[in-house]
Ligand binder design. Structure first.
Ligand code: FE2
Ligand code: FE2
Length: 473
């Protein structure tokens, strides 16, 4: 049943479970406090043209209207059941679970908390960006991403409250206590503690880091724990917009820069207020490598166990990407560092499930790069964006103890220090990017470093007033 007018909109029959309803209603004020403290700073009274989930029907779930962000209807929505039996691992063919099996409580809680923690983290990371939005269209997209990350937190907290008793309620409290980048109580995963101080960071984050989220959610959407599978399934439909914002955001920067380059072939685009392509590449290098770390270790007994038990599948496990859903026969070969040299190691496929998921992610990133490169090509600009080697700038896994250049060549510490600023954003790069970050709040206008989008939101024009400021009404 759809309970849209309830205090907590939902399609999980919350009103029939008084205890759960009370628990969630008592968490709600803490969430709103957190949102007021750590959500977008300075825009809480403004009317934003936002979409709100009102059902889970494909194509018909989104309602667009002006909303003040603290009044956003954060709801709990599960996609309709799509399968009765487990689709992979040792339990394949058995019935999916409607409750948490006692012996998998710890693992499932850890999986859910790790996912949940990223949702408020990204809102915290992005909280100051509204002050420098390049257009009202972008400002609105930022806030759409923010409120939906808030809803994703609700989705995960629902699972914690419903299925994990007191432990789950405690975890839900802690999700509002940790803070991105905090020295004593940081967020769980590395990339979610990195500051996001400008819109190039934001677009790279939504392109590369949110995209890790897509693959993690897709793996959980295969889960034998049915409520988790159906929750993450619906989150994926919202997530698609976040990835769109990132991918087209970088595309629009490239579009603008290449326009400026065409205007004057000899001119440094910096003199024209543009973002040089090589600088964009350095930001890509940073966020792509940070995001690869999120997939976890190459050889992972946890990943093997999650797959065997049916907790976490592969990307499109049921979507025709794989024929063998047991994965006991194959092996996976990957690169490692041995002393000063590169070598290879072969492990059973199940232990390599983090890499298998990451491979699907990398393919997706490569697709986006081809799109960006076609923008350069069409305009006759000889520049090609590349994804850095998986070895480059890693904080996790077999490459994390050694320096490599973006092509994957091993570097000594001295060379790395000398070359670092060729590969990653330098202080100068960051200062330059930030010098361009001046807000443009006039409908239909846009900052000089980025091109207009091809289309507006919900078939509105680009000059639609996507944000109505309270002080102008
Ligand atoms: Fe999310
Ligand atoms: Fe997201």
């Amino acid at each position: 049943m759809l309970e849209l007018d309830a205090k907590i909109p939902n399609n999980v029959d919350l009103s029939t479970d008084r205890k759960l309803q009370r628990a969630l209603e008592s968490w709600q004020p803490s969430f709103i406090d957190w949102w007021q403290d750590m959500g977008p700073e300075g825009f809480q009274q403004d009317n934003i043209y936002l979409r709100t989930a009102i059902s889970v029907e494909p194509g018909g779930w989104a309602n667009f209207d002006y909303v003040k962000m603290p009044d956003y209807r954060w709801g709990i929505f599960l996609a309709p059941p799509s399968r009765d039996t487990i689709g992979f691992g040792d339990n394949m063919g058995k019935a999916v679970w409607d409750a948490v099996p006692g012996d998998m409580r710890k693992e499932l809680r850890r999986i859910i908390v790790t996912q949940a923690d990223t949702e408020p983290a990204s809102v915290e990371q992005q909280r100051l960006l509204g002050k420098t939005a390049p257009s009202l269209y972008d400002l609105r997209n930022l806030f759409q991403v923010n409120v939906e990350e808030g809803r994703h937190l609700w989705a995960m907290v629902y699972l914690l409250h419903s299925y994990f008793g007191r432990d789950g309620r405690e975890e839900a409290e802690e999700l509002l206590e940790r803070r991105s980048g905090h020295a004593d109580s940081p967020r769980i995963l590395g990339a979610f503690n990195e500051p996001i101080t400008n819109w190039l960071d934001f677009f790279c984050f939504t392109m590369f880091t949110d995209r890790d989220g897509k693959y993690q959610l897709a793996a959980l959407a295969e889960s034998a724990f049915d409520p988790l599978a159906r929750t993450t399934q619906f989150m994926l439909t919202e997530e698609a917009h976040h990835l769109f914002v990132g991918e087209t955001g970088i595309g629009r920067i490239i579009d603008r820069t290449t326009d400026l380059m065409q205007q004057d072939k000899n001119e440094d685009v910096r003199n024209l207020g543009g973002l040089p392509l090589d600088m964009v590449q350095r930001f890509i290098n940073k966020w792509y490598s940070l995001s690869l770390d999120l997939f976890g270790g190459e050889d992972s007994s946890n990943a093997a166990a999650y797959f065997a038990l049916g907790l976490k599948g592969r990307y499109k496990e049921q979507g025709g990407r794989y024929e063998d859903h047991v994965a006991l026969e194959q092996h996976y070969t990957y690169d490692v560092v041995e002393g000063e040299k590169m070598a290879q190691r072969e492990i059973p496929m199940r232990r390599a499930m983090n890499l298998v998921l990451r491979d699907a992610y990398v393919e997706d990133c490569e697709r986006a790069l081809r799109k960006w490169n076609s923008i350069c090509k069409k305009k006759g600009i000889a520049f090609e964006f590349t994804l850095p080697s998986e070895r480059f700038h890693r904080g996790q896994g077999v490459f994390s103890a050694t320096h490599f250049d973006p092509s994957g060549n091993m570097l000594g510490n001295d060379v790395w220090q000398a070359k670092r600023d060729d590969y990653l954003p330098s202080e100068h790069d960051v200062a330059y990017v930030e010098s361009l970050m001046v807000a443009e709040y006039e409908p239909g206008k846009i900052a000089g470093w980025i091109a207009e989008p091809k289309a507006g939101i919900n078939r509105q024009a680009f000059d639609f007033p996507y944000v109505r400021f309270a002080n102008q009404e």
